[in-house]
Design a protein around this ligand. Sequence first.
Ligand code: PMP
Length: 443
Amino acid sequence: PAAPPRPSARDAARELLVRRDDGVLAEVQEHYYSGAVEPPRVERGWRHHLATTDGRVLLDMLNNVTVAGHAHPRIAAAASRQLARLNTNSRFHYAGVVELSERLASLLPDPLDTVFLVNSGSEATDLAIRLATVATGRPDVVAVREAYHGWTFASDAVSTSVADNPAALETRPAWVHTVEAPNAYRGRYRAARGDDLGRYAADAVAAVDALAAAGHPPAGFIAEAFYGNAGGMPLPDGYLEAVYAAVRRHGGLAIADEVQVGYGRLGSTFWGFQQQGVVPDVVAVAKSVGNGHPVGAVITTREVAARYRDAGYFFASTGGSPVSCAVAMAVLDVLQGEQLQENARVVGARLKGALTSLAERHRLIGAVHGEGLYLGVELVRDRETLEPAREETAALCDRLLDLGVVMQPTSDRQNVLKVKPPLCVDEAAVDFFVAAVDRALSE
Ligand code: PMP
C-alpha cells in the first residue's frame, strides 16, 4: 500500500498538542519546517541551548528574538523572589512600576519620557496606534507592507504579512493605508531603475501628502527601523527622516515598532531608529524587555500622553505587574552588566562575515542582510531572476534541525532565514551554526 501522506508542517505542529478525538486542544505557533520532520519537543533551556525530551541538545538561533537566553539565573531569581512577595498590583501604588518606567525612559532620547506598561508586543503596537489616533482625533494610519506588528485588532490591521493569506487584504479596515516595503535587494526600484532607493521614501511621502490632500491626514505612520519580517533589511538612508517629516507636517505622529530591533540587537545602536538619526513620537517595545516573559511598554512624550488623557481615555492593564517589573529590571541589569549589546556587535560581525563568505561558495544564498544579531539570509534559485527558493529553505531548516540547530525562515517570504539569536551567543555557537549551514547547503 502507498505510504500515508506526510502531515503538513502545521498539522505536524498541532499533533503535538492534540489530546482528544474531536479536535485540537490549543492553537500553537505554526512551524516552518517542510512537514517532513517533527518539530522538536523541548523541555528545558539554558542560554542559547535547548534540551529535547529525547535527550538531544540544540542550538536555539531564534529564542523568540530576545536578549539573555533561556533560564538566566539572575532573571530566574528575580522572578521567583518577586512571585513569593507580591505578584499583581491593582488600585495601589507599587514602586517597581515607577522604577522600571524611569529606567526605560532613561534609555530613550528626550522628549520620550512617559511610559505605559503592557504585556506584549501586540499590546504595545496596538496602544501606540490608539495613542496616535486619540491624540490627533483622526482614524487613518499609514504602515509599511510586509511588516508584522502583532495579532490584536489594530496591530494586526497594520500588519500586511499576507504572503500566505491574501484574503486578509480584503478584510483590512479602511483606516489602514500601506506603502511599499523599501527593499534594497528585491524591490521594484532595484529591478526597474537601478539602486534608486530614495524612491521608496518619495513614494511614501507622496502617499502621506495624498491622504492629507484628500482631507484624511494620517494620525500616524508605523514602521520598524529595520524591516524585520524580510529577515533584517536596513531601510534606505534618510527613509524615516523623510517619512516622519511628511507625517508631522500634516500633524500626525511617528511610531517606531522596536519590539524586535531594539534593546541592543543591532550592536552599533541600542534602538533601531537611531540608525536613521530620527526620534519618534511613540515607541513600542516588548520581547526583549522581559526576555520572553510577557512585558512590554509604550514610551511617548508628555504632550501625547496628556492629549490622550484629556480626550477622556484611561489606561488600565494587568501590564507592569510586580513580577514583570522585577524581570524587566533584571533583564536590564544582565543586558548592561554582561555588555550584551557589545557582544551583539562583535559576534554579529563575525557571523555576518562568515555567512557572506558562504555566499561565495553556495549560489543558493542570494544575499546576507542586516547588522549585529539581526541578520537575514535570503535564498534564491537564480541570482538574476531572484526567484525565491522556498522549498529549499524549508528543507534547509529540516536539515539544520538534524544537525542540531533550531532555525526558522521569515513568515512572510519563507525564503529568508531569520538569524536573530539571543544576544548572549558566543563565537563557538555562531561558528557551529555557520558550519551546519555550510554542510547542509553542500549536501
Ligand atoms: N512587532 C514586531 C516587530 C514583532 O516581531 C512582534 C512579534 N513577533 C510583535 C510586534 C508582536 O509581539 P507579541 O508577539 O509579543 O505580541
